[in-house]
Design a protein. Structure first.
Length: 219
């Protein structure tokens, strides 16, 4: 409870721009429990994952794609709770209608809003990353989720899925319903409204703790 109160206070201090500083300002001690390894599906392939973090507002677009904006802030740690820098974080997800659609070069060349469907960014020296995306639509009993793939030269590739706290569909999701309460908490992102005109989007936060240790660098 104390940790949650501290997190809520720090979240209120976040800047309103999409920047790594947003994570720095809320920097508190991570939980340091390993994030459950979960299988993923519908990975579009490395070449189709755009090397940018603005899924909802790809480069060259002046207006975001249709849907509820999600400002995702996260951190990556190794098993010893050491921040993992220079890790490649890829995310992909359904669009607001519940379909997997990955942007094409021809769509990027037009001024019309478009959702890229996937994105990639590297963590900074504090293990931080951030994305601008949309609240995913869903199908069947699946809860809205963001699929994640993390790779690093010194570590095995790690995959998991992230869910949204407070979404009523979490209780009926086939995967979440089979997990322990702790496991569910570790893959559920904290959801907060945006401070400016919260109707325009939400902020979500997550820490991902990998099952391996990053070797010390030798100089």
């Amino acid at each position: 409870m104390i940790r949650l109160i501290l997190l809520l206070i720090l979240c209120a201090m976040l800047p309103l721009t999409l920047s790594a500083q947003g994570v720095t300002d809320r920097y508190i001690a991570p939980r340091c429990e390993q994030t459950p390894l979960l299988s993923t599906s519908d990975y579009p392939g490395y070449s189709r994952v755009m090397s940018h973090n603005r899924l909802a507002l790809p480069p060259g677009k002046s207006a975001p794609a249709e849907g509820q904006l999600v400002y995702l802030y996260g951190r990556v740690f190794d098993r010893n709770c050491v921040p993992v820098s220079e890790a490649s974080v890829e995310i992909w997800q359904r669009d607001a209608t519940g379909a997997y659609r990955f942007i094409t070069p021809s769509q990027l060349a037009t001024p019309e809003p478009a959702f890229s469907g996937a994105g990639r960014i590297r963590t900074d020296n504090l293990g931080q990353f951030h994305f601008l995306t949309l609240y995913p639509g869903t199908v069947g009993r699946l809860a809205p989720q963001i699929q994640v793939r993390i790779s690093h030269p010194s570590l095995r590739t790690f995959t998991t899925r992230l869910y949204f706290s407070g979404d009523y569909r979490n209780d009926n999701d086939p995967s979440l319903s089979q997990m322990s309460n702790t496991g569910r908490e570790l893959v559920t992102m904290l959801v907060m409204p945006r401070q400016e005109n919260w109707q325009q989007g939400i902020q979500v936060y997550t820490d991902i703790v990998l099952p391996q240790t990053v070797p010390f660098r030798k100089f």
